[in-house]
Design a protein around this ligand. Structure first.
Ligand SMILES: [Zn+2]
Length: 150
């Protein structure tokens, strides 16, 4: 049997995706409901890191044939964040990106296409930070490098 195009291969792919999604949800202590599984599958099903907005994930879930409202996508992304499964990166006041990669790393923001991608962390040097105000501690430092055509 030729691998790569038969239904058995597709089923194996889908099983891998579902398994990855279930394990991922369990890591955040979340029950694998059908909607969560559909969204988790698009986020981490292939094992690759990605950055999505609620709108881009909503478009992807629609293209995949699942019926989930934009509000549900948004609320589910928030729940994934609160469960520690996603990092939220706010690029400008109106636009939140959700990142499946959880370690500290800088981002490129592509101003003409509104894409957020990872920037090489090993090339980033932060020499110092201002002291946090009295009674406060730095919780996180987000580095977003905005790109425009040169
Ligand atoms: Zn990232």
């Amino acid at each position: 049997m030729k691998l790569g195009c038969g239904p058995a291969w597709k089923m194996a792919m889908a099983l891998g995706e579902q398994q990855r999604s279930t394990v991922w949800l369990a890591r955040g202590g979340l029950r694998p409901t059908r909607q969560r599984l559909a969204l988790a599958g698009l986020l981490v099903g292939d094992g690759m890191d990605r950055h999505v907005t609620a709108e881009s994930l909503y478009a992807a879930v629609g293209a995949a044939g699942a019926k989930v409202s934009l509000a549900t996508v948004y609320n589910t992304l928030r729940a994934f964040c609160e469960a520690g499964l996603l990092n939220e990166v706010v690029v400008d006041g109106a636009r939140s990106y959700f990142d499946t990669r959880l370690d500290d790393h800088p981002h490129f923001y592509w101003e003409d296409s509104h894409q957020l991608t990872d920037a090489p962390a090993e090339e980033l040097v932060i020499a110092g930070l201002p002291d946090a105000p009295e009674g406060m501690a730095v919780s996180r430092v987000d580095v977003v490098i905005r790109l425009k055509r040169a």
